[in-house]
Design a binder for this molecule. Structure first.
Ligand code: UDP
Length: 309
């Protein structure tokens, strides 16, 4: 049994991770500043043996006894991280320093959540871990992209100079129950719009692609990566099933089912044209691959939003 700190534990991925770790028998300390996360996400875990929660912002140092640290604390939806780019950068720098210092003091292992955004608007397809990416350092996404790139560098530097055990997960688009209604990301936007009978807002011509991973698959990947011994380099976690945004809209219209119309809105600047993970590394070292197909995952997510309304 390990004592595990989940930073960003009240967020979408964090809350599912807390649940999974408790099932595994770990003690979980969930910390969050509740800025983009919500304590409602972990309400059902309150009172469970081994579960603790604490309001804490990782921009402040923290001193507690832990064996393992998952750092998922950062706004992750473009709509949110672009609202306060300075805060986003602080989370991926000062916040990461603080947790790495904690890991160093306690001899704990730290898994840093990175992102497919480190590949920017990729010129190589699908994206493998050894691709360096195509990131605009001064674009609207740079606070997140460059922040996470630096977070990876920091984690590796602490490993090299301080001997801290680090793991780096490059998380690709993930969806599922507990995404917030106003998350701003494509899956939640389209489902909410379809259920309300509002126009589906496809940005650009909808030919850009993404590859969507269901939350339970992502959490399983994160747990396995944390448990993996002697592997410091970044590992892609995502579902390689690639789909255009327009196809996604049509799929959601069919599954809800909804009579909403598709509306074409302007494409945001620097919106990556294609994205799909190469997951051979994760398959090889973790024996992991996604199991939940898009239709099945979308149905569960639609069901979740139906209950929220
Ligand atoms: N998108 C869209 N309509 C929306 C929200 C997003 O067409 O209401 C598009 C967006 O332009 C991008 C893709 O869907 O091409 C995925 O966007 P999201 O914000 O979910 O994540 P990203 O992968 O861009 O970080």
């Amino acid at each position: 049994m390990a004592r595990v700190l989940v930073a960003g534990g009240a967020g979408f991925i964090g809350s599912h991770l807390c649940e999974r770790l408790l099932e595994k028998g770990d003690e979980v300390l969930c910390i969050d500043n509740a800025r983009t996360g919500s304590w409602r996400n972990v309400e059902h875990l309150r009172g469970r043996r081994g579960f603790e929660e604490m309001v804490h912002d990782i921009l402040k140092p923290i001193d507690i006894e832990v064996d393992r640290i998952f750092n998922l604390a950062c706004p992750a939806s473009p709509a949110h991280y672009q609202k306060d780019p300075v805060f986003t950068i602080r989370m991926s720098t000062i916040g990461v320093f603080n947790l790495l210092d904690l890991a160093k003091d306690k001899g704990a292992r730290l898994l840093q959540a990175s992102t497919s955004e480190v590949y920017g608007d990729p010129l190589v397809h699908p994206q493998k871990e050894d691709y360096w990416g195509n990131v605009n350092p001064v674009g609207p996404r740079s606070c997140y992209d460059e922040g996470k790139r630096l977070a990876e560098s920091l984690a590796l530097a602490y490993h090299q100079t301080e001997g801290v055990e680090v793991r780096i997960a490059r998380i690709f688009n993930t969806y599922g129950p507990r995404m917030s209604q106003d998350d701003g990301r494509v899956v939640s936007n389209f489902i909410v719009q379809a259920l309300r009978g509002e126009d589906i807002t496809v940005y650009g011509d909808g030919k850009q692609t993404r590859s969507f991973c269901y939350i339970s698959d992502m959490v399983e990947g994160l747990v396995r990566l944390m448990d993996k011994d002697r592997f410091t380099g970044p590992v892609n976690l995502g579902n390689p099933d690639e789909i255009t945004v327009l196809e996604l809209a049509e799929r959601i219209l069919k599954l809800t089912p909804s009579k909403s119309k598709i509306r074409f809105d302007p494409l945001p600047r620097d919106d990556p044209a294609r994205r799909r993970p190469d997951i051979d590394l994760a398959r090889g070292i973790l024996g992991w691959e996604p199991r939940v197909g898009l239709d099945e995952g979308l149905k569960k997510t639609i069901e979740f939003f139906r209950q929220v309304f």
